[in-house]
Ligand binder design. Structure first.
Ligand SMILES: *[C@@H]1O[C@H](CO)[C@@H](O)[C@H](O)[C@H]1NC(C)=O
Length: 258
């Protein structure tokens, strides 16, 4: 673990994502007057189970979107651009993914939730049966022992996706109301299996391209473990931004009724 951390700090890791569009699509123009009507009571013994049910009940809403509140559909979720750059190590790549459509997000299942309102700490474990992602890509670099280069369209299907988010914060008071101020969000994701397909790798050399796609799918776990810190960080940035906006809009007592 120590060695790995040391390797991590010495390597050049960079992840950027176009944040401007995505979180706003979810929270923009949600007026503070809009009530949430969460039916769970924080001191009730089934509070956590009730919050899980709420999160499951909002899935159809996220699927369709709410044009009136400018909440866009999450099915698919659209991400204009994702840059993944990792400068050294077994997977060193410089890649850009554009106009990504992410399907399957709203099939999430919440496996567990822990809300500690005294300490402003929340943990959520979730499961997604699959995630199908399509869009444009360009990539250059090395995947384990093989060089990779190309640009074109790509799709990938990730199955049995599990993850955990841990949110920490503090009490903030504004206009006589208590809000949950966000300090940090840690995210960890795991993916059991993936099928990856990038069209037009190696200037369209089909034989090399097919071999590379098979190699990435078959060695997905090894590739994923190398990229996991970057992916975890990217998802944490997106989630933190969404939650920050949501929690800034609604006081604690609206989110977690007494
Ligand atoms: C992705 O994988 C899941 C599970 O194997 C499968 O049910 C689904 O049809 C696949 N999606 C696509 C678009 O291939």
């Amino acid at each position: 673990m120590y060695l790995r951390n040391e390797w991590m700090t010495s390597c050049w890791l960079l992840f950027m994502i176009s944040l401007s569009f995505l979180p706003n699509s979810i929270t923009q123009k949600v007026k503070s007057g809009d009530s949430l009507n969460i039916p769970c009571h924080r001191n009730s013994p089934d509070f956590n189970t009730c919050m899980i049910k709420v999160l499951h009940d909002v899935r159809p809403i996220l699927k369709k979107g709410v044009p009136k509140m400018r909440i866009q559909t999450l099915e698919p979720m659209f991400v204009p651009q994702i840059l993944v750059k990792q400068g050294s190590g077994p997977v060193s790549i410089d890649s850009t993914f554009t106009d990504q459509k992410i399907h399957g997000m709203t099939n999430y299942m919440i496996n567990g939730i822990k809300i500690d309102l005294d300490n402003f700490k929340m943990e959520v474990d979730f499961y997604l049966p699959w995630l199908y992602i399509e869009g444009g890509y360009s990539i250059k670099g090395q995947i384990l022992v093989l060089p990779i280069s190309g640009s074109g369209d790509s799709w990938s299907n990730y199955t049995t996706v599990t993850g955990k988010a841990v949110l920490t914060g503090h009490s903030e008071s504004r206009n006589g109301e208590e809000y949950w101020g966000i300090d940090d969000l840690k995210f960890s994701i795991n993916v059991k299996k993936a099928t990856i397909h990038m069209n037009n790798l190696f200037n369209g050399n089909k034989q090399l391209g097919d071999a590379m796609n098979n190699f990435m799918s078959q060695n997905f776990d090894a590739v994923f473990q190398e990229l996991k810190p970057v992916i975890d960080e990217a998802i944490a940035i997106i989630l933190k931004d969404i939650i920050k906006k949501l929690f800034a809009k609604f006081p604690v007592k609206a989110l977690f009724p007494i």
